[in-house]
Design a protein around this ligand. Structure first.
Ligand SMILES: Nc1ncnc2c1ncn2[C@@H]1O[C@H](COP(=O)(O)OP(=O)(O)OP(=O)(O)O)[C@@H](O)[C@H]1O
Length: 824
């Protein structure tokens, strides 16, 4: 893809006021990858600039419309217009547009990456990794957000908008960018370091059930001030959530992440953008999901209400459900609230305030300004009193981040194993239903109904009750986290596509994340809340690591975060991201930042649909993808630590490192806890257990020969099937609609059935192609199961024959002996 770029210097240093003029640099016609390099080169020529913007040009590659003039202090609308026009603007002046210049930092921040020393990673989101860093010329701690331009390659406008917005704002509760510039293919955004990270991060690490009301009141009040400011400046944030509320060590609260913010005063494309679907599903207002109705700043008020529930409970409502269900529930269900037994502890005014925000009719929601006057906020304590103490006993942010990465890795180690088929179907439906911009509610309902109900997490949560009304499904089994428990066991409850599980086990013989963990841990982390301590022990040995991995496993997994289409099928993209992240773990941060840029581009676009296992991982718990809870016996339930798709972690005999990387059959026969669930078919690894009772494992121990003969064959079959599946999944992942059409036209793939209803549209064809491929996968899976059956029965026949042979040999030997005796 080729883009035309122009360079626009937005924030010249040191002069706080500069004349407006168009960049003398000619528009560039360059490819996406080279653009970053060229921008850097161009930027370095302009040593005065501390913020460089890449702006997509007009169709003819010209920007124009910029004259030489001094800027007066502009209105928010005017500011946005000017920035959109690519003007140089006086940010100091702009900084005053919202009132006092709290954020104004008169100090210089160069655009030279060598002036910044990246330290620890302190967070990451769908498109960015954030590092604590030192700005060397001033020896000042700052944060560097590295946005991977490759991964956002069709969405430069969003990146540009975020950098712009962050640079223009000036409010004590809104995080701003000091400057931004391009390094390799990353955009580095330099901003204040918020030493305690995001609220969601804090909840995940130490307040899994949410904060106490006084802290919530303070955090929400500060956030609301930020929203009030942004709305008055003409912005809709569009991604208000606990993951985007940052805290510093004085209890200061700042709203961050303008990746999807929109300007309310825009016309044309930007106006149309407000009829689009942007944000994070659990936090999205109903009108954002409604076709064509458009939305305004009240959408942020809804998200704010959801954020209030998130802070109160430790998770957003509906967070355990797949995105499609969340969308539908948001539209169809009564709004969530603080109405349940567990919410009795909260004050009436808190409940009332939440209820005011979560009104479906946007016109009936209060403005931020009005909401600030609510009694709930009137009585809120200053954050330095109520918020600061939240992290008093916690280790530094980067240690916590590391601990959460361990937890994520442990989750991921389990997550590797669920049925790819189920995931593929779910994701395919999800992607088609949403990224195809299909807002036909009837169709949405139909698609949502395809999402299996057994995807739900087995938790006793209020959403279950809502969900019961909605789909009439029974409440899921309680499987509260046993965070802190050790000696758990991984139990793999088998599904139809067991070979995919064994594929995970066999393919590499180990889980990469676990490997990374083994080498990456250097810190002792003790996290306390209410006397409960969670330890992530330092260790480089596999054994020592085990308790850490187990302890960091949490039951609940949810989906959150802006939707990115990087994951087309299954969780593979986010998993891949994790694998990559952990592979990078031992690299210096600067290298990491560069590596981030080398990742494969995602299917980015204005709409991002991620199944974000943990992108913003500190923020986004992972959803389950199909718990076979009902098929588990009570004992299993009692010991349950975690459900991951078809896999559950139970609290007996945990040996994660031994069991997960299980790559060979003998390991199974050593009593591995991999075992079959009642609900499904055969699993080759279980073949010994499926032998007739007369052939107990001890008896069959004589049958080493057949096992050793059969197993290589079997493994070979597994590998072949795995390869085929890999190929298919890769194909699905990389399948672009146009390619699908080409391929079918070129006869590379079997011709697609053309239904009249799809009108031959590219998307419909691609979807059908996906379906065909999924069918193919299913077919392969059933063939594999049949083969397994055959092999099992052959094996038992072989063993019977072996026994008969042994018996005959014995008889013959006895006969010979007797004959010898007789002769003698
Ligand atoms: N200035 C900062 N100081 C400290 N931590 C930060 C800062 N900015 C961001 N973080 C951490 O990094 C995480 C990711 O940052 P951010 O949300 O900006 O990335 P993103 O890719 O835009 O995320 P999203 O997936 O929500 O779009 C945050 O959730 C927060 O924990």
């Amino acid at each position: 893809m080729t883009h035309d770029f122009d360079l626009v210097c937005l924030k010249p240093y040191p002069s706080p006021t500069i004349p407006l003029h168009r960049s003398t640099t000619s528009p560039l016609s360059i490819t996406q990858r080279t653009s970053a390099v060229e921008l850097v080169m161009l930027f370095t020529r302009n040593s005065n600039a501390s913020l460089v913007e890449a702006k997509a040009g007009d169709e003819d590659g010209q920007l124009g419309k910029v004259g030489d003039a001094e800027l007066e202090v502009p209105s928010g609308r005017e500011t946005q217009r000017r920035v959109d026009m690519g003007e140089k603007v006086d940010l100091a002046s702009m900084g005053r547009m919202g009132g006092s210049s709290h954020n104004q930092n008169p100090r210089p921040y160069s655009a030279n990456s060598s002036d910044y020393k990246l330290l620890e990673e302190v967070g990451h989101g769908a498109s960015a990794t954030v590092f604590r860093a030192i700005y060397l010329p001033l020896n000042e701690v700052i944060a560097v957000k590295c946005l991977d331009l490759d991964r956002c390659n069709s969405n430069l406008d969003d990146i540009r908008r975020e950098a712009q917005t962050m640079s223009l704002i000036d409010h004590p509760n809104v995080i701003r960018a000091y400057c931004s510039f391009v390094v390799d293919s990353n955009l580095w955004v330099i901003m204040p370091f918020m030493a305690e990270g995001s609220c969601l991060h804090l909840m995940k690490i130490a307040y899994t059930d949410g904060f106490e009301e006084p802290a919530i009141a303070s955090i929400l009040k500060e956030t609301l001030k930020a929203l009030d400011y942004l709305h008055r400046q003409g912005h809709i944030h569009r991604d208000v959530k606990a993951g985007n509320i940052l805290l510093d060590n004085n209890g200061v609260v700042k709203l961050a992440d303008f990746g999807v913010s929109a300007c309310m005063f825009d016309t044309g494309d930007r106006q149309r953008a407000r009829n689009t679907f942007v944000g994070t599903p659990c936090w999205m207002a109903p009108e954002v999901l409604q076709p064509g109705s458009g939305y305004n700043s009240k959408a942020d008020i809804w998200s704010f209400g959801i954020t209030a529930l998130e802070l109160a409970h430790g998770h957003a409502p509906f967070s355990k459900y797949p995105p499609m269900k969340v969308l539908l529930m948001t539209i169809q269900n009564a709004p969530p609230g603080l109405d349940y037994d567990r919410d009795k502890k909260f004050s009436k005014s808190f409940k009332e305030m939440v209820a005011m925000c979560l009104v479906k009719d946007q016109a009936k929601r209060p403005t931020a300004e009005k909401l600030l006057k609510h009694s709930f906020f009137k009585h809120a304590k200053p954050p330095e009193l109520s918020v600061k103490k939240l992290f008093a006993d916690l280790p530094p942010l980067w240690s916590r981040v590391k601990a959460l990465q361990l937890k994520d890795a442990a989750q991921l180690a389990l997550k590797k194993m669920p049925s790819a088929e189920q995931e593929a179907i779910s994701q395919s439906e999800y992607q088609r239903g949403v990224s195809a911009w299909n807002f036909d509610i009837e169709d949405l309902k139909a698609r949502a109904s395809l999402v299996r109900d057994d995807d739900d997490m087995p938790e006793t949560r209020e959403e279950d009750e809502i969900m019961k009304q909605f789909v009439g499904e029974k409440a899921a089994t309680d499987s509260k986290s046993t965070f802190g428990k050790s000696n758990s066991n991984i139990e793999l409850c088998r599904g139809k596509s067991d070979q995919q599980q064994s594929e995970c086990l066999n393919r590499k013989g180990k889980i990469p994340e676990v490997d990374s963990l083994e080498s990456g841990i250097q810190e002792n982390i003790v996290l306390k809340k209410n006397g409960l301590s969670t330890e992530a022990m330092a260790s480089t040995s596999e054994k020592d690591l085990l308790p850490t991995k187990v302890k960091t496993v949490q039951t609940r997994q949810t989906q959150s975060g802006p939707l990115t289409p990087g994951v087309v099928l299954s969780h593979s993209a986010s998993e891949k991201r994790y694998s990559e992240r952990f592979e990078m773990d031992n690299q210096p941060p600067t290298e990491k930042a560069k590596c981030e840029a080398r990742r494969a581009p995602s299917f980015s676009g204005p709409l991002m649909l991620p199944n974000r296992a943990s992108a913003n991982s500190l923020s986004a718990p992972i959803k389950s993808s199909g718990g076979y809870i009902d098929s588990m016996d009570d004992k299993t339930k009692a010991n349950l630590v975690q459900i991951k798709g078809r896999f559950s972690v139970t609290s007996e005999n945990l040996d994660l490192a031994k069991d997960i990387p299980l790559s060979t059959v003998p390991r199974r026969s050593q009593g591995s806890p991999l075992r079959k669930s009642a609900s499904v078919g055969e699993w080759i690894f279980e073949s010994k257990q499926q032998l007739p009772p007369s052939q107990s494992p001890s008896e069959t121990s004589k049958s080493n020969l057949p096992t050793s003969l059969l197993m290589p064959h079997l493994q070979n079959l597994f590998q072949q099937t795995s390869l085929q599946q890999d190929l298919i999944v890769n194909l699905l992942n990389s399948l672009q609609p146009a390619e699908a059409v080409d391929a079918s036209q070129n006869g590379k793939l079997p011709p697609l059935p053309r239904c009249p209803e799809n009108n031959g549209s590219v998307e419909a064809i691609a979807s059908e192609r996906e379906q065909l491929l999924l069918l193919k996968i299913t077919e392969l899976q059933s063939r594999m199961i049949n083969l397994n059956d055959e092999l099992t029965s052959e094996k038992s026949k072989y063993e019977q024959l072996q026994q008969q042979l042994n018996a005959i040999t014995c008889q013959e030997q006895n006969g010979d002996r007797r004959e010898g005796d007789r002769v003698a």
